[in-house]
Ligand binder design. Structure first.
Ligand SMILES: Cc1cc2nc3c(=O)[nH]c(=O)nc-3n(C[C@H](O)[C@H](O)[C@H](O)COP(=O)(O)OP(=O)(O)OC[C@H]3O[C@@H](n4cnc5c(N)ncnc54)[C@H](O)[C@@H]3O)c2cc1C
Length: 502
């Protein structure tokens, strides 16, 4: 088994991973990025709308943003992580600008009177954000191992010392003093999602198998602004200030009695949309002048699609994930995490424009912490670990993954109940059993399916444990918010093993 040796290994080539790698390199460490696809051209980062929202730097606006942030997350967000995000947000955005990203800037007022600054690229295309950052990575001597999947981390004597990787069905080891997981969320476990291929919860599953805690997995943001027909396209919510509305299949408007109508908090809006049989976007109240400000919509109307603009709620962002502190340390010495694979900042709902700031703040923090750790520790080359691989064959993994995603959407998606969750859990156990007997042609597909199943089981357990409705977690059998804040379901691999056997 071939071995590669490095100080710091970053897993993931999205924004969090790239920021982490640049920071670790700046500390003088030898750095490797391992990415399932292409660095800077994969993950949710490259499809993001580029919106960053940060509080103004004065103490009053920082305090008001903090209060708004905690309230939106229904008081489940970790105060230490939120304070770090808010206080370092402005300088983190300046750092992104220093890497060559060009932003348009605007000021917005929060419902509590606080003022925040919004930065976004023009047009809002993720590539305009990821490409300049990736260029810095490629111009550095950071080593890139692309089209390579990390399948597990190796920890011996309670310390992390490497990773097991996969490329073209070949398994090899990478020995590292410190590892940063930056593998993104897990929304691909749901049939309807805005997330690209590959966002399968690998980092969360790897961390849990290594014994690290996961937190808040029941909180998944379902996005209400995705047009699904005749074209997949994410709406700019500004159209609702210009006369656009949502209507159902009976042509009834269903959001007018909510305080913010079609701009209600994403969790509430998604839940109301999900209750309708079908939801359409009605642009008839917009003036031609306003419509022309949104060329894609104007074009669809011009071509006669005005009455057939169909919406689809989609799984968008994983609020839960690997538990970290503000230094991005996990429970395993030497294992760090940043970006969407972590949990605890957003609580039960995420504010728009906060995820990219999270990458910009915690990516560099993870890079610095891992570098400091690597400089104090040796890479221990120990005996090669035994790796369980399924026999290769020609079995189709795709059908099993489709069943899993369909099941999670139907029974553990926007709307949950104990009956549905229990049924889901039992069907997931059946799918796990099935997977163990499959002989895949690609190890990568098999390991992705294994991770998706593992994370799905944990989502279901967390959703069962939370007997209340809070933020994005809607339990129709427990419709009120009634548990004490701070009760976050936490899963380690040992808990998950016993759950999967029960
Ligand atoms: C359509 C869309 C629009 C969005 N718009 C905004 C916005 O405007 N503002 C905002 O704040 N947030 C937005 N978000 C959320 C935000 O984009 C993400 O939270 C953020 O980009 C996540 O970055 P990340 O680096 O943590 O993960 P990602 O960008 O998802 O990157 C994960 C990386 O890890 C790699 N990877 C995964 N598993 C493995 C493995 N086992 N081995 C090796 N590599 C692996 C992937 O290939 C990828 O390179 C949006 C999300 C979506 C889907």
């Amino acid at each position: 088994m071939q071995k590669i040796i490095s100080d710091v290994v970053v897993v993931g080539g999205g924004l969090a991973g790239m920021y982490a790698a640049l920071a670790a390199r700046k500390q003088g460490c030898k750095v490797v990025i391992i990415c399932k696809n292409k660095t800077g051209r994969s993950g949710s980062s490259v499809v993001a709308q580029t919106v960053h929202r940060v509080a103004k730097q004065d103490p009053l606006n920082q305090k008001l943003y903090y209060e708004f942030f905690r309230e939106s997350g229904r008081f489940m967000g970790n105060p230490e992580l939120i304070k770090t995000l808010i206080s370092e947000g402005p300088s983190a955005v300046n750092h992104v600008i220093s890497l060559g990203v060009q932003f348009k800037k605007g000021i917005e007022t929060l419902p509590n009177g606080g003022e925040i600054v919004r930065y976004s690229c023009e047009p809002r295309i993720g590539k305009l954000l990821t490409s300049p950052v990736a260029e810095h990575v490629r111009n550095s001597d950071i080593c890139l191992l692309e089209n390579t999947m990390v399948i597990d981390v190796i920890s011996q004597s309670g310390k992390l010392n490497g990773l097991v990787c996969l490329c073209n069905n070949e398994v090899f080891l990478v020995i590292a003093k410190a590892v940063i997981l930056a593998t993104g969320g897990f929304s691909r476990i749901f049939k309807e999602t805005s997330n690209p291929m590959g966002i399968t919860g690998d980092g969360q599953a790897i961390a849990a198998r290594a014994g690290a805690r996961l937190t808040g997995l029941e909180f998944i943001q379902f996005y209400p602004y995705r047009l699904s027909q005749p074209k997949i396209f994410d709406l700019n919510p500004a159209i609702f200030d210009q006369g656009a509305i949502f209507i159902n299949e009976k042509k009834e408007r269903f959001m007018q009695n909510f305080p913010k109508a079609e701009q209600e908090n994403r969790d509430r809006l998604a839940q109301e949309m999900f209750k309708q049989h079908e939801v359409f976007l009605d642009l008839s109240g917009m003036s031609q002048k306003d419509l022309d400000k949104h060329p894609i919509l104007a074009d669809l109307v011009k071509h006669g699609y005005g009455s057939r603009l169909k919406m689809q709620v989609t799984a968008h962002f994983s609020m839960g994930g690997i538990q970290i502190n503000s230094e991005c340390e996990t429970d395993i010495p030497g294992l760090f995490a940043c970006g969407e694979c972590t949990g605890g900042i957003h609580g039960a709902n995420r504010l728009a424009g906060s995820a990219l700031v999270e990458c910009a703040v915690f990516g560099p923090r993870a890079g610095r912490s891992a570098a400091i750790y690597a400089q104090k520790n040796k890479a221990q080359i120990s005996t090669s670990p035994a790796i369980d691989l399924p026999p290769l064959g020609k079995d189709d993994i795709h059908t099993l993954v489709s069943s899993l995603r369909q099941l999670m959407w139907a029974k553990a998606g926007v709307q949950r109940s104990e009956n549905n969750l229990l049924q889901c859990r039992s069907e997931l156990l059946g799918l796990s059993e099935k997977l163990t007997h499959l002989q895949p042609s690609s190890y990568q597909q098999w390991f992705e399916a294994k991770n998706m199943l593992q994370i799905s089981k944990s989502v279901v357990e967390s959703a069962l444990a939370r007997r209340e409705t809070r933020g994005s977690h809607l339990r129709i059998d427990y419709p009120n918010e009634n548990m004490k804040g701070g009760d976050m379901a936490i899963f380690r691999s040992d808990t998950m093993n016993s759950l999967s056997q029960s």
